[in-house]
Design a protein around this ligand. Structure first.
Ligand SMILES: [Zn+2]
Length: 366
């Protein structure tokens, strides 16, 4: 058995849980708690000229999003009809940093990228700190198990203990809860920062397993029958996929509702970017859930959706057009590009920005 390490992970759902535990056991912090400053030179670029609407960017941090199960990405089931009606660009060839939330989220918001992040000796400030150094208002809304340390120095709020009887029926809340009272949450951020621009991160419950059926409300279920057991191997393969796909269809509704909310914020120039933290195994080769060591994890645990919606005003001010982004759909990209792409999209200038890791730079003028 010791000589067949890969085999060991293929035996039962229990092994997936074991692997998840081993990833989570890696120390979250390095460098004796001393945090290295990052991007203290950050400044807003020329697109922020006086007289223009300030940017309002929503970053949706997806949970357990499997790229191939998005209709936008060519899935043979239409799991994303609402997004398909919007002017969005979806990248189909994006690879995660880790195979679990705890591994991926801090890595995504780091400037280092996967390899350097894994080898780092010290922790550093992250993307949210750099945005704050540039003078922007930043807010993290968490409908998940927390931000894994990345939101510690920016205003943050958890919605997962909500009491709305429709959205929070059984101890956790569906993602639409993050849109409730959002205007008031933003209005509570410092006024001088809001005047320069606002970045809101929404950390989804998304498709978090194994209870996929709890991730979509009854009226949103389009694929039946669905698996309602947390013992995934007790369900038929089709019922398991149905439950998972219903959670993607609900994410589709949530993302479209977020775009709808942004379209009503007429005082700002608006955009939304969605990127998931890792994928999921749905029983292929008897593998379930996620969290296998990166080297042996199947592609479905590592391939993630990256979807961008830019308002017409944002496209004008940035020169980045959705039609151009769509032509990049099959270019190989990764979580290594998240930090730099968000800086580029917001026209934040800093010495830590690397244009070769900015997926939007390929579509920017000049
Ligand atoms: Zn996750």
């Amino acid at each position: 058995m010791r000589n067949h390490k890969a085999l060991r992970y293929q035996m039962s759902p229990l092994n997936s849980v074991w692997a998840l535990g081993s990833v989570a056991a890696q120390p979250l912090h390095r460098g004796a708690g001393v945090l290295q400053p990052l991007g203290r030179d950050a400044q807003l670029g020329p697109s922020h000229a006086a007289g223009r609407k300030p940017p309002l960017l929503v970053l949706v941090l997806g949970e357990t999003g499997r790229s191939g199960n998005f209709g936008l990405n060519g899935y043979d089931r239409d799991t994303t009809p609402a997004l398909a009606r919007l002017d969005v660009a979806s990248l189909r060839n994006v690879w995660s940093c880790g195979t679990s939330t705890a591994a991926s989220v801090p890595c995504m918001f780091s400037h280092l990228g996967r390899e350097a992040y894994g080898a780092r000796e010290h922790d550093a400030e992250n993307l949210l700190d750099v945005l704050q150094h540039a003078g922007l208002a930043v807010l993290w809304i968490d409908n998940q198990s927390g931000c894994k340390g990345v939101c510690e120095r920016v205003p943050h709020v958890s919605t997962s203990a909500g009491t709305d009887p429709m959205l929070c029926p059984d101890g956790s809340c569906q993602d639409m809860v993050m849109l409730q009272g959002l205007e008031q949450r933003i209005a509570a951020l410092p006024a001088e920062r809001r005047a320069r621009g606002v970045v809101v991160v929404m950390h989804q419950m998304g498709s978090h397993g194994p209870a996929y059926s709890k991730r979509s409300p009854p009226q949103a279920k389009r694929f039946l029958p669905e698996c309602t057991s947390a013992q995934l191997q007790d369900c038929s393969p089709q019922a398991l996929v149905n439950a998972y796909d219903n959670s993607i269809a609900y994410t589709d509704q949530f993302l479209a509702a977020t775009v709808g909310w942004l379209q009503r914020q007429t005082e700002a120039s608006t955009a939304m970017v969605y990127l998931a933290d890792h994928g999921e195994s749905l029983g292929e080769n008897n593998l379930y859930l996620h969290g296998l060591p990166y080297a042996v994890a199947p592609d479905v645990q590592k391939r993630v959706p990256w979807i961008t919606w830019l308002s017409a005003d944002w496209q004008r001010r940035s020169g980045v057009h959705t039609a151009c982004l769509r032509q990049q759909a099959d270019v190989r990209r990764s979580h290594d590009d998240w930090f730099h792409s968000v800086l580029g999209l917001l026209d934040v200038h800093t010495s830590v920005y690397r244009p070769e890791h900015d997926i939007y730079a390929a579509c920017a003028p000049g």
